[in-house]
Design a protein around this ligand. Structure first.
Ligand code: SF4
Length: 93
């Protein structure tokens, strides 16, 4: 068997490929967000404050390479408006 074939993603017995592990979703309680911009400074790939003064998200699922920054944004949010949720639907922390 070729090396590439050994490393390929194997389908599950039911024909489905394995679910992507480690999906993290970001949610913001907009009633609590004070538009301080801290999260934007820490993780501008995910968070944005637009000219209307409100916070927006560029994405709901945070890719692995941005999760560390998103967690830092959650930690530093002064109002606790950010919640990161794991695969199981529970907050990461
Ligand atoms: S850090 Fe918190 S309060 Fe500030 S803009 Fe982001 S979500 Fe809103």
């Amino acid at each position: 068997m070729k090396k590439e074939e050994k490393q390929g993603v194997r389908p599950e017995p039911d024909g489905q490929s394995k679910k992507k592990a480690g999906v993290v979703k970001v949610t913001v309680d907009y009633d609590v967000c004070a538009s301080t911009g801290t999260c934007v400074q820490v993780c501008p790939e995910v968070f944005e404050i637009r000219s209307d003064g409100f916070l927006y998200l560029f994405m709901e699922e945070v890719p692995a390479e941005l999760q560390k920054k998103a967690i830092e944004a959650e930690d530093l949010c002064p109002t606790g408006a950010i919640t990161l949720v794991g695969d199981d639907g529970k907050p990461l922390r």
